[in-house]
Write a protein that binds this ligand. Structure first.
Ligand SMILES: *Cc1c(COP(=O)(O)O)cnc(C)c1O
Length: 428
């Protein structure tokens, strides 16, 4: 495969865009090589500037669950754009999509739309803090909640309770209010509640993790988080930016049968346009401006383009609920096929999956938290990623990301992928 034009475009981009990209993972730093510049996409495929075709296992990191350039979504966007793209006023369509989401997701009465998953999570913790009148939040190592200050924090070393920033530019004041625990490890959570019984506003987590590979939670763990929040008067926030409308219409709340107090959305809810949202019961949402004293706003929030893309995507899913079993079957086929190849070659691996999320880890031990996910052999991952790319398979360019299948993917595509996989793994 030739990436001549992509290389050239990246070189030029680096002169004008910080690092040549608008989101770091796209720069391929973790896997080496040149980022591929995509010209267009259709269904399950991406087409790059050099004329190469790829089977896409990222689906724009989740939103394109129906496949790329899905006809009804594109038509709806084109049609509504003719009437203007943003007015900064209420529109009917905002209520329409709100009504649909609230009817499908349990435990929420009201919703507020924003422009990204980052905003959704950032606003969710402000809401939890304002509602409980407490300062601290508890998050889990390896869970991603966007790039706002409070979340770019890792556990401090040794006996220290306070988190430390994972990025420059985050104040000590901020990091001292973020407590970090280990995913799937209840004791690490209890420890913080013991130390700060009346200061923790909320636990926030990816109820099914997708940002350290795919890590399904232990059910007991999630149930116990619910219990701890009830006992200590804290809010349980499910960051369903990834899992919302991906693992089922009701999201992880439905899959795990555990209720959250605040739910954050993104990705699929915007059907490929920049949208996030957060939602909760009437009691909690009443505290939000203009009714309450917790401020949150957005110039382009709920704009008609974004809302119609989300609404049309969600309607397609609602009208075709079998999409989830189809996606899961395809993911299983992929998983079994990969397992067969890896077993034949005797390479240590773990494959995690939940619904249409799947990740391959080159490690012998179970992958259930950030530390176990970090044990993967990154050299093997690089060879795997670049080998697959040469074969025309576009995977997430980082060992810490999950693949997302879309409904346009065919069994022929999966066969093609598995043949490529056999070839690539043989050469590792
Ligand atoms: C993608 C993601 C975010 C951030 O969403 P952006 O739209 O990129 O800001 C937050 N939480 C989770 C779980 C995500 O997967």
């Amino acid at each position: 495969m030739i990436y001549q034009r992509s290389s050239k475009l990246f070189k030029t981009a680096k002169n004008y865009l910080a690092g040549g990209v608008n989101s770091p993972v796209r720069a391929f730093k973790a896997v080496g090589g040149t980022p591929i510049f995509i010209k267009y996409a259709k269904g399950a495929y991406l087409f790059d500037e050099d004329g190469n075709k790829f089977i896409d296992y990222i689906s724009s990191w989740g939103p394109m669950i129906l496949g790329h350039a899905y006809e009804s979504v594109i038509n709806a966007i084109s049609e509504i754009a003719k009437n203007g793209t943003s007015f900064g006023t209420p529109t009917e369509i905002e209520t329409e999509i709100a009504k649909l989401v609230i009817s499908k997701v349990s435990n929420i009465d009201k919703i507020r739309f924003v422009n990204s998953g980052t905003e959704a999570c950032m606003s969710s913790i402000r809401l939890a803090r304002g509602y409980t009148k407490r300062d601290k939040i508890l998050k889990f190592a390896g869970c991603y909640h966007g790039h706002s200050d409070s979340f770019l924090i890792k556990a401090g070393s040794g006996a220290s309770t306070f988190g430390v920033p994972t990025s420059l530019g985050i104040t000590r004041g901020t990091s001292k209010d973020t407590l970090v625990a280990d995913y799937n490890n209840l004791d690490s959570v209890k420890k913080h509640f013991k130390e700060f019984p009346d200061q923790i506003a909320a636990i926030i987590l990816e109820p099914i993790a997708g940002n350290m590979g795919c890590i399904p939670p232990k059910l007991e763990f999630i149930q116990n988080l619910r219990r701890l929040c009830d006992n200590y008067g804290s809010i349980l926030i499910f960051d369903e930016v990834m899992t919302g409308f991906r693992v089922g219409l009701g999201g992880a709340q439905e899959s795990l049968k555990v209720n959250a107090d605040i739910v954050a959305f993104g990705k699929i809810i915007g059907g490929g346009l920049p949208v996030g949202a957060f939602a909760a019961s009437n009691k909690i949402m009443e505290s939000l401006a203009p009714d309450g004293l917790i401020y949150q706003a957005g110039t382009l929030s709920g704009n008609p383009l974004a809302m119609i893309a989300g609404l049309t995507t969600l309607k397609e899913i609602v009208n075709d609920p079998d999409i989830y079993s189809r996606l899961e079957e395809k993911t299983k086929t992929l998983k079994f096929g990969m397992e067969k190849v890896l077993n034949k070659k005797g390479i240590p691996f773990k494959i995690n999956m939940f619904g249409s999320m799947i990740s391959l880890h080159f490690t012998e031990t179970e992958v259930f938290d950030f530390i176990s996910a970090s044990k993967g052999d990154n050299n093997n991952f690089k060879k795997y990623f670049n080998g697959m790319l040469r074969e025309g398979i576009y995977l997430p360019p980082s060992a810490y990301e999950s693949c997302f299948l879309n409904d346009a993917l065919s069994y022929d595509d999966i066969d093609f992928t598995l043949n490529a996989f056999d070839k690539v793994i043989s050469s590792i």
